[in-house]
Design a protein around this ligand. Sequence first.
Ligand code: GLC
Length: 425
Amino acid sequence: MKKLRMEEAAHAILARNDRGGYTVPTDRLYPFQWNWDSAFVAMGFATFNVDRAYRELERLIEGQWDNGMIPHIVFHAPSDTYFPGPDVWGTRHRIPTSGITQPPVFGMALRHVHEAALASGEAGAEVRTRALFQAALRSHRWWLAARDPKGLGLVAILHPWESGSDNSPAWDEALARVPTTTTTTIRRKDTGHVDASMRPRDEDYQRFIHLVDVYRECDWDPTRQWAKAPFKVADVQMTAILARATADLMHLAETFGSEEDRGELAQMHRRLLDGLARRWRLDLSRFVSLDLISGADIEAPTQAGFIPLVAVTLDDGQKSALTAEIERWLDGMVVGVPSAPRFSPAFEPKRYWRGPVWAVINWLIADGLRLNGAEDLARRIEQVTVQAIENAGFCEYFDPTTGEGLGGDTFSWTAAAYLVLGRRR
Ligand code: GLC
């Protein structure tokens, strides 16, 4: 009964955040279409409205650049409740967009939506999947060319916002090198919507905008940006999501791709898996990202170290180390998996990506655990996530020490996570 009411509430949130075929993450705080939010939201829609699920992905692709990049924000319609808006980014796409990207969950979502379409007999699905498959393939080509020009098998972020874990302690050292000077006047809007203690600090915002200034001055040209970037991190979370999405595209390519597409995807996949394999650290029981400017491993513990589960088949030693480490992070928490563990000096249970729990991160971790045969832990994480939402509502994220719901409320991807994970109970 409760579940039914909650599902109805989740549907109502998605309806309320619908702006005409695309969904804003939440009203006011994030009033446009966000890249990886929409991919998760599409999977949520696929549980009850496959046509609308496709629409979400199609509207995101309206923002895809000619070079293949899918931007992190598509500014379909103006709003003055968010900073930085289109004028600060200064990009040239026909619909205004930001100039950076976000984790490519798109390919995972496409396979998911396509399979829902097959199951429900959705009319016209084949044509829609085919077009979106081509868009996804172009974006994966962009990833490898623009963000792994040296062929490390790891893709780099040039801005913390690309990671999706905007304020993660993983970026602290690399971000500290970025100057706080900006040519853009900063007019933060986020702290007008939610408590400042949950949001990034002003100084971090100056560095975030400094990076935008640098890349805008490169005219958003990937080669120039790569050369000029004062922040360049080969991120295991991003690489793992790309590798997983590549595997999902390989699957779709059996129906929708050419012989060359299949060969190309298989090659990309091998390259990314090899890159990820080199980032495993047995002494830490997780994977670590690489700071491409200092050349140092990023050892700060964050959820990113577990995300390779979605792409990699762990050997027995890795699997038992990694699952034991996740259990250690869950220990004593009301809700897990925290984005940083309590034993980390950076742990702040209420501040954005420095401790709180995100439903979509748990979704990825649970999927990865299941893929690796750790069914019990996967179920435990799914159940904790669903319960957290039932107790605290469809919030942006949760305090792991209390289960309190934080950040924005009526959040689209939290609603989507409920719809998908709630069915697995
Ligand atoms: C924040 C999150 C990012 C998300 C966006 C919209 O910026 O860090 O991952 O995509 O909000 O929900």
